[in-house]
Design a protein around this ligand. Structure first.
Ligand SMILES: [Ca+2]
Length: 188
């Protein structure tokens, strides 16, 4: 199994092709780009996602669309789940919007944006160490969630982090993650 750092590097190399593609279209205009995220619907299991524990899995019971979805089961009162998507390349000032669906009876997890610098170091949104996120409350069946963040100074890439909190427990289904990037308007 790859270490998180090795994984990040591998993902960075892989994402290079996407970044070049975006650059080549850059002259066309500042259009929001959607189809960036690999396997956002978990139809390929957890391929392109990186889990640091056994609490996240791709199962049929968690599918909103297709055959599979993400199931997070956290029964540990001391540890939380941790699952990152692959990284996509972004620039400072880009507006990154995350959209997904969740179905849960519990309040125990959030979905975060995880921006990193060129060395893979996390760039926090405040000195308190916050990340921009959405907190999942009990839902009435499948509900859509969206949130966004303007990419900070020094950013190189961003991923989605699905994380259940250490002292909380619960079960949730999540599916159909999408990332939309609206490029920063260049200075005149
Ligand atoms: Ca799916």
């Amino acid at each position: 199994m790859l270490s998180p750092l090795a994984f990040a590097r591998a993902a960075r190399v892989f994402s290079g092709a996407t970044a070049c593609l975006l650059l080549s279209f850059g002259t066309v205009g500042l259009k929001a780009e959607t189809a960036l995220l690999e396997n956002g619907g978990f139809e390929d299991g957890l391929a392109h996602w990186h889990s640091r524990d056994e609490m996240s899995s791709a199962v049929a019971e968690a599918a909103r669309t297709g055959k599979l979805g993400l199931r997070v089961v956290d029964e540990d009162e001391g540890l939380g789940s941790s699952l990152n998507s692959s990284e996509i390349f972004v620039n400072e000032g880009d507006v990154v919007e995350v959209s997904f669906y969740a179905n849960t009876d519990d309040t125990f997890l959030g979905v975060y944006l995880w921006p990193v610098d060129v060395d893979g170091r996390l760039i926090k949104a405040s000195e308190r160490g916050d990340l921009v996120s959405v907190r999942i409350e009990p839902t009435a069946g499948w509900e859509q969630f969206t949130f966004q963040q303007t990419m900070p100074e020094g950013v190189s890439a961003v991923s989605i982090w699905v994380h259940s909190w250490s002292s909380a427990t619960g079960t949730a289904s999540l599916d159909d993650f999408k990332i939309t990037v609206t490029p920063a308007t260049p200075a005149e």
